[in-house]
Structures are given as C-alpha cells and as structure tokens.
Design a protein around this ligand. Sequence first.
Ligand SMILES: [Zn+2]
Ligand SMILES: [Zn+2]
Length: 418
Amino acid sequence: MRFKSLKGIHDILPPDIHIWQHIEGTARDVFRSYGYREIRLPVIESTDLFIRSIGETSDIVEKEMYTFLDKGGRSVTLRPEGTASFVRAYIEHHLYNEPPPQRYYYMGPMFRYERPQAGRYRQFYQIGAEAMGVDDPRMDAELISLLSEILRTVGLEGLRFEITSIGCKVCRPAFREALKGFLSDKIGGFCADCQRRYDKNPLRILDCKVPQCIEMRKGSPHTIEFLCNGCREHFERLRSYLDLLHIPYTVNPELVRGLDYYTRTAFEVTTDLLGSQNAVAAGGRYDALVEEFGGPSTPGLGFAIGMERIVSLLKDGFKVAEVPELVICFVGDEAAERAFLLAQELRLKGLWVETGYGDASLKSQMRRANRLGARYTIVIGEDELRSGSVDLKDMGSGEKTTVSLDAEAIAGELRKGR
Ligand SMILES: [Zn+2]
Ligand SMILES: [Zn+2]
C-alpha cells in the first residue's frame, strides 16, 4: 500500500458515521432549545493566538501544537482547541454588541501532536459551546444542564459531573504561594518541565501528566481552599442552582484545567467505562480572556465534548446500520432498463433504492441484496413486464405482496412496512 493516513489520524467510515450523525443531530436540537447558534471557525490561526490564550507553559503549547511556517513566513498553528478561535472571532466581529448572553456552538476537528494511544488521536473532534456576557452563576448551571441534556439525549448513562472553583486573579496569588510552599522542598524530584514551571507558572505543575509528578504532587493545596469572597459566593450559588435543576454532581477539588485562561467554575464529565482517558467533556469559566485579547471586559464560559470518546461509548448500542429499502433485480435487457428507471423514480421519492449494473446474473444480484441487508427486493422479468405487477419480498419474513409495477404503488407499500 503506497499511502496511509498519518500516525494518530483516522478515517471515519460507515457504519460508524451514523453514530457521529446521531450525536451531532441530537446536539443541534438541544443547542437550539437553549438558544445556541452555530459558528464555524477556521482550523488554522496565527500561533500567537494559542500561546497568548492557552499559556506558553501549558503542555499543549509546549509540546502538542501543529505549528509551522506558511509560505509567507508566518507562524501558523492547527487549532488545538476551540475557545481561543471563538474568542478571537467574538472580538473581531464585535459579537459582544448583541444582547447578552451571546451563545454559540461549534463542531469540528482539533489537532494535538500527542503520543498516539488507545482513544487518543492527533486529529480529534469536539463539539463546543460558549456563553458570553453573563457572570451570574445561573449561566454556569444552565451550561452544565445543557451539557447534561446533550449527553443524556444521545443515550449516555452513568456519567459523573465533577465541579470545582479555581478562583480568580484576586485569590490566585495566595494559592500560588501556598502551592509553591508545598512544592519548594520536592521540586527537584519533578520532571524538567515542572522544574521550569515552578517559577514561571507553578499552577501548570498540577496538570503535568508525567507519573512521577502526579505521585509527588499528592497532598498539594487546592484552589477551593483559597477562594476570595466573590469566588466562594459564586461557587455556592452555582451549587444551589444545580440542586434546583436536579443535576447530580460531586465537588472534586483536584480538578484543574490545562489551560491558563480559566477562572472560577471548572467542571468535567467522567465515566468509568473508558479507562484512564475517562473525561468525555470538560469546561469552565474564562472571565478575563476577552479583555486579555483586547476586547471589552466580558465574562464567558464554555465546554467541549470529545466526540471519539462518546462514539466509543455508544458503539455497542448502534449495531444496526442503515440499509437500502429496496433492491430491484432484473432478468433481461428490457427489464434492466425498467429497473434502472424505477430506481430513479423511487429515489426521487426519498427512498434508498439499489439496482444492478452490467449483466450480473439474478443469483449474484440476490447475493448483493443479501449482503446489503436490503429490507425488500423485487425481481423484474418477462412475466412482470407483461402483467404489470411484481412480488415485493420482505427479506426479513420472506413474505411476498403483489403490487403493481409502478413507483407510486411500490413506494406506498414500502412506507407501510416501515
Ligand atoms: Zn476569587
Ligand atoms: Zn512534570
């Protein structure tokens, strides 16, 4: 084989594609009832955008970005996540002038140069949502309920919602100092990246994936213990609204976000069914990001759902692929022509109809109908052409119904059987 897809990059083929379409279609419906509108963002942006938003000491920026020079010598990057692009577009098109909350969603591929392993891809797909302009914790609760509703409607069960507050620029300095104090006499045992982060951005040490760092940071202080009054009140109110909406959750003080721009609310949805890659969705608040990007001070929050993980959770429940409603078989040239025309007429009525090509034998046409899993078949031969009627065979039950050899009559019979 001469060409193969790149390492960690996969094709999505039928019969999986209908799971993807099911998830996307369901998400669109739920988004609509919550007032979210779709926005389509480019997959490529200037590299600075991600460095400024995600943070230069984050794992994503330090190790995982697809960054290269374009032919004009500009450094560009395939987007590793959606929020930075979204906020760039939000400011560029003055979307903040619309009455808040401004709510948007997007779906599409993201790119991270990670070590390929089960369930991890270098091109992976996300469904993301962003809600702008409201700092009221009711918005956080609404966003979490939206996420919960999408996951429930697509058919996922047994998910855990974990939340915490990671504070704001008022309370973060105290946390940062406490964390540095905790790490000060152990930092020599951490990986080289963490040692470098200790002075530049010690918070990033909390999401280092190196096993020795995970082990050594056990018992470190939590942001939730250092919240200022504003953050504490915000978090308490969020919890009361989640209770009001009957959304079960647990507080997980260990939760961190691998991106610098998050403030206050952070959350993750996890499952035990995926092994160590157990998060299916994650999100949080980013009240300072719009202003940092040069826009007017605007609170915002959002989430991203990992498509591949949801697809793998749903896969077992989706064994039934779509099948043709009718395969038209024929014997002889005249019947072949009649079959060809009939297939066209039925397709114009919105039915999935297959017929043969070339001069395949009846036996091989029937074999193909079986392989496709067709719901019904008909065979047109000299008798059928003469009598103007044909036997519609239900391939499941073997039952035959005689109908007139005419698109209207056949379509009516196929629709009855649905
Ligand atoms: Zn605070
Ligand atoms: Zn480390």
